[in-house]
Write a protein that binds this ligand. Sequence first.
Ligand code: 4NP
Length: 178
Amino acid sequence: MTSGSSVGGPRVRLCFVCLGNICRSPTAEGVMAALVKAEGLEGQVELDSAGTGAWHVGESPDSRSREVAARRGYRLVGAARRFTAEDFDNFDYLLAMDASNLENMRALARSEQEKSKAVLFRSFDPKAPRIAEVPDPYYGGPDGFDRVLDMCESAAKGLIGHLRSTGQLAGQTTEQPG
Ligand code: 4NP
């Protein structure tokens, strides 16, 4: 597959990556899907998610993630799959939730160019610290799932702003006050 500029196809291909692909990355994907729709960018953006671990392959998003997401107006879909080296061919941005996900993805890269596609998702949030992760909520309490959603909302807006300001998406850059 060539890059996301093929005629008629999505211009930017994004894959969100965590460990299990049942909590954080499906949440990030669901939040981004809603934002893409709200901003009228459907057709310009292709979305997916994956996990660097294989324990939950085939499973739906975690029920706690789905409940928090539904309460806040998002629907999480898909079945967990494992990240593979071919994802470097199929996506323009591989958005890691934490430093460990980032390291595990980069270990599979076959070139420096591929390695550079893997970045921390929150690096696009102008309000986040310079090196910021979306922490794993799996073994924690319910508040962790809400915090994951807060971080995903903020980073998703920042990523759309980045894609617009760099000409990868059409339209006005969304202002982020404060
Ligand atoms: P995720 O959360 O990486 O956000 O999907 C986790 C899900 C499962 C496990 C760890 C993290 N696990 O160890 O099974």
